[in-house]
Design a protein around this ligand. Structure first.
Ligand SMILES: Nc1ncnc2c1ncn2[C@@H]1O[C@H](COP(=O)(O)OP(=O)(O)OP(=O)(O)O)[C@@H](O)[C@H]1O
Ligand SMILES: [Mg+2]
Length: 192
């Protein structure tokens, strides 16, 4: 039997008079890479925003691991195990590369510990479980050597890889990548 992790049923979205999505239905199998392709303006990002709870004004239904998630906040959807990256990178420029990844750990780190880390930034260095995991994710995307760099100093391709590391740091069951290859050079693309 096929194991369906994500299911969209007749998803529609209007922006004023513009119908960005009309009755979009799909099923994503567990453990598979599922791609959504289409020209500029086809509605790919709109669909991602809807699945991840960033846009809650849509018609239709979404099921994640057999439970309805449509209508939930982005925060709750993240907690349920759906991570995402953004087409236009959204990183914290005032945090280091490693700290940006550590932010992604907040779903599985206790709220108290998380507050203490970002209340006293230096304590992140002392917090082994987060640091180790964040470093592992940086290694996975090939950015471990840049962990102490400022985010703004990274070229766009590396910022996109950093977003993937941050997304993975949340230990998601499903990761949505919005145009992950845009801005990557040939070598980065290959490793992606
Ligand atoms: N917040 C919004 N308000 C009004 N129109 C919007 C909004 N977001 C998206 N649209 C419109 O909806 C349509 C789908 O846009 P969307 O960004 O989802 O496409 P896309 O497939 O991601 O395109 P691209 O390949 O350029 O990233 C476009 O016509 C876009 O202008
Ligand atoms: Mg898009």
């Amino acid at each position: 039997m096929r194991d369906i992790i994500l299911k969209g049923h007749r998803i529609s979205r209007n922006f004023g008079g513009l119908q960005a999505l009309k009755d979009v239905s799909f099923e994503v199998e567990q453990g598979k890479i599922f791609a959504i392709i289409g020209p500029n303006g086809a509605g790919k990002t709109t669909l991602f925003n809807i699945i991840s709870g960033f846009d809650r004004h849509f018609g239709g239904e979404i099921l994640f691991m057999d439970k309805v998630i449509s209508g939930l906040s982005s925060h709750l959807i993240t907690r349920k195990g759906i991570g995402r990256t953004f087409q236009n990178v959204r990183l914290f420029n005032n945090l280091s590369v490693l700290e940006n990844v550590a932010v992604g750990c907040n779903g599985w780190v206790s709220a108290k510990l998380f507050r203490s880390i970002f209340g006293v930034r230096s304590s992140i260095r002392e917090e082994n479980s987060i640091r180790k995991y964040a470093e592992e994710m940086l290694q996975f995307v090939g950015l471990e050597k840049k962990k102490d760099h400022e985010v703004e100093s990274l070229p766009l391709g590396e910022q996109k890889l950093l977003e993937i590391a941050r997304g993975l740091a949340a230990k998601p069951k499903l990761l949505l990548l919005d145009e992950p290859g845009a801005g990557l050079n040939e070598k980065e693309m290959e490793s992606l």
